[in-house]
Each structure stands twice: as structure tokens, then as C-alpha cells.
Design a protein around this ligand. Structure first.
Ligand code: ADP
Length: 365
């Protein structure tokens, strides 16, 4: 296994699409790194450049300290697993897994041994003589992973490998992938648009937006201390609520958040020096509590919709003068009696409030 380094990587396609802008990223030896972001933000292009399937317009790629930018895909020590599996339909599972090694000139014994070993790791031993059409979606994906494992690459590249599977199978495969990573201690770069996949699989996550990396960090770092509004809004489900606020001095050396008609909140601010215009406060649904309407530390709101999900209740509210609805994630016993159009107070846990300036930067970091 090896370290991967992307240095100033950029890609402009012939049609003028500027897919990736100067990406710098270090993936440690044995690390599970997830590249996440909305569709079209440049994740796959970045991965394909690492694989050697696209030439970068600028920048260099280093694997294990070697500059591999000009090497052919097969000479880079990487193996890629695609969303579409790309299995050969007329070959058995064993032949699919061994094909790359056979082409590389390895002996029959070597190929058989490598396939057997990978099949053991992935619990595919009983399926080795089947054809892909005789397999479930999850099994096909395991074969595609097996084909990567037999090559003993320095770096595994995964491009949305679970997106063709149903929800239950995705959850199961997430657990399998985590176990596989533990067993192989492999360096993995994994592309997904699914923030739950990113949060559960990644040891670190790089959040992409419009061809750039917005932030790199552990899942909990990104969740608790997002660098900006984009990262804050992208990770977490339901997503973080944003309220337009004015930040005003409270007359006692502190600050107040003025949410207009919805009310004001006292706030112990760090990072704020001047009254701010165009700011927004960000608060996650689990950091809001539904209170009585006259609660002095709560913002005024009206219940719009109550969704009972069993273990939690999502309460969607309207705040006067605020365009977007605000969502509260509540334990069922606190929200069971709420009804539509009821006037309530929403009290944020102020230690979890984030304040973003007009450009979207998190002022608390
Ligand atoms: P993601 O993987 O994040 O969905 P991609 O890397 O596939 O994003 O695409 C990034 C941008 O580059 C998009 O605007 C996309 O339309 C464009 N793009 C991707 N592949 C090509 C290509 N082969 N030719 C031209 N433009 C492309």
C-alpha cells in the first residue's frame, strides 16, 4: 500500500468544461479517503485522472512518492471499481476475477491462488463457477471488488460502487467495505454523492464543490466545524437550517442574533468583531427544541408539518419573515402532541450555533 498525493491537479475538457481546479490532496498510506459532493462537482474526473483514464491539464500525481502522471493506467499500481461493475457476461466469477492477472502474463497457479484468496476474503467461494447473470447485485459488486483485490494494487479507487444497489443492500455493503478496509489495510479513494456513505465510510472526507475542495477532515470535524455554509449544508440529514440574522452588540460587550420578526437570541460569539450584515446562523435539526410559544429564549414559529419516523419526529416549522422552513429533530415524546398551525417557540442549543458571514465563511472557526 502507498500514500497518494495530488498536487495542483486541474482538468479542462476539450468542450471547455473546467471540471477540476487545482486540487491538492494527501491520502495517507492505508487511509480510507472519501471524495463527496453534488453531481457534476468533479469527483469522478479527479478519480479518473488518478487511474490514468484522463490526462490532467495541470498538476502531478504521486503514488508511494513516485510521479505517475505520465504512466499508463496499468503501470500505476491502482485498481478501480466502477458503479457499473463492468463484468464480462460470458465468463465465470473466477474467470472475471483472474482475467487481469492472466493478461498480465501470470501463471495459471498464480492466478488460481490469487482468485481463491480474494474469494475467501469476499465470501465468494461458493459462487466461483457462476456467470454474472446468476448473481445478485450485491454479489456482482463483490466480484468487481474481487477483481481489484487480486491485482494487489497500491491504491484502490472506487467510483460510486453502491449506487446501483437498493437501500438495504447499500447499508450491508457499507459494513462489508469497512471490514474489507480493516482487513486489507488498503489505501482507498472512494467517490460518492451520498453524504451518509461519506460519513460512515471515510476516515477523512474531502468535500468537493464546483471542481474545488471546500474542506478536508474527519467526518466529525466536518460535521461540528464546517469551514463554510456549503459544507455545513451538504453533510447531515435533514440538512442544517439557515436563518438570515443581523448580528448586533447586546450593550454589555456581547452579541445578539436578531432574527427579525422571529425574535432575538443572546449569543456568546467568538470570531465576531463588528456588527455583521448579511450573516446567517446555522443550526442543525437535532440542536433545536420545541418549547412553549412564550419561552423567553426561543424564536417564534408555527408548526407546518409533523413527520413521525418512529424513533424521531421531524417538525417542520415556519418562522415569520424567514423564507425557508426550519426543521427540528425531536424525540417522539416531546413532539407527539403537536398539531399543524400550532404556535411554538424554537430554542436552539446556543453552544451549537454556527454563524456564517455574507460570503458563507464560518466565523466560529
Ligand atoms: P462528478 O463525478 O462530481 O459528478 P464529473 O467529474 O463527472 O463530476 O464532471 C465534472 C464536470 O465535467 C461536469 O460539468 C461534467 O459535465 C464535465 N465532464 C465530465 N466528463 C466529461 C467529458 N468526458 N467531456 C466533457 N465534459 C465532461
Amino acid at each position: 500500500m502507498a500514500q497518494l498525493r495530488l498536487a495542483g491537479l486541474a482538468k479542462r475538457y476539450d468542450n471547455g468544461a473546467h471540471a477540476v481546479h487545482e486540487v491538492n490532496l494527501d491520502v495517507e498510506d492505508g487511509e480510507f479517503m472519501v471524495l463527496v459532493g453534488p453531481s457534476g462537482c468533479g469527483k469522478s474526473t479527479t478519480l479518473r485522472m488518478v487511474a490514468g483514464l484522463e490526462d490532467p491539464t495541470e498538476g502531478r500525481i504521486f503514488i508511494g512518492g513516485q510521479d505517475v502522471t505520465d504512466r499508463a493506467p496499468a503501470q500505476r499500481g491502482v485498481a478501480m471499481v466502477f458503479q457499473s461493475y463492468a463484468l464480462y457476461p460470458h465468463m465465470t466469477v473466477a474467470q472475471n476475477m483472474g482475467f487481469g492477472l492472466k493478461m498480465a502474463g501470470q501463471s495459471r497457479e498464480q492466478v488460481e491462488q490469487a482468485v481463491r484468496h480474494a474469494a475467501q476474503t469476499l465470501q465468494l467461494e461458493a459462487l466461483l463457477q457462476r456467470k454474472p447473470r446468476e448473481l445478485s447485485g450485491g454479489q456482482r459488486q463483490r466480484v468487481a471488488i474481487g477483481r481489484a483485490i487480486v491485482r494487489q494494487p497500491q491504491v484502490f479507487l472506487f467510483d460510486e460502487p453502491l449506487s446501483n444497489l437498493d437501500a438495504a443492500l447499500r447499508t450491508q455493503m457499507r459494513v462489508e467495505l469497512s471490514r474489507l478496509h480493516e482487513r486489507l489495510r488498503a489505501t482507498i479513494v472512494y467517490v460518492t454523492h451520498d453524504q451518509v456513505e461519506a460519513m460512515t465510510l471515510g476516515q477523512r472526507i474531502a468535500v468537493f464543490n464546483q471542481g474545488r475542495i471546500e474542506q478536508v477532515g474527519t467526518p466529525m470535524d466536518l460535521y461540528a466545524q464546517p469551514a463554510n455554509r456549503f459544507v455545513a449544508g451538504f453533510l447531515g440529514s435533514p440538512r442544517m437550517n439557515f436563518l438570515p440574522v443581523r448580528v448586533l452588540p447586546d450593550g454589555e460587550g456581547g452579541w445578539q442574533l436578531d432574527a427579525g420578526l422571529a425574535g432575538r437570541l443572546a449569543w456568546r460569539a467568538h470570531g465576531v468583531r463588528d456588527p455583521l450584515s448579511g450573516a446567517a446562523v446555522g443550526v442543525r435539526p437535532e440542536h433545536l427544541q420545541v418549547m412553549a410559544v412564550d419561552d423567553p429564549q426561543a424564536l417564534q414559529a408555527q408548526v407546518e408539518l409533523v413527520e413521525h419516523l418512529g424513533d424521531v419526529v421531524l417538525v417542520h416549522c415556519r418562522l415569520p419573515g424567514v423564507e425557508d422552513p426550519v426543521t427540528v429533530k425531536s424525540p417522539p415524546e416531546r413532539a407527539a402532541q403537536l398539531s399543524r398551525h400550532e404556535a411554538v417557540g424554537l430554542r436552539p442549543q446556543t453552544e451549537h450555533l454556527l454563524v456564517f458571514d455574507a460570503q458563507g465563511a464560518n466565523l466560529g472557526r
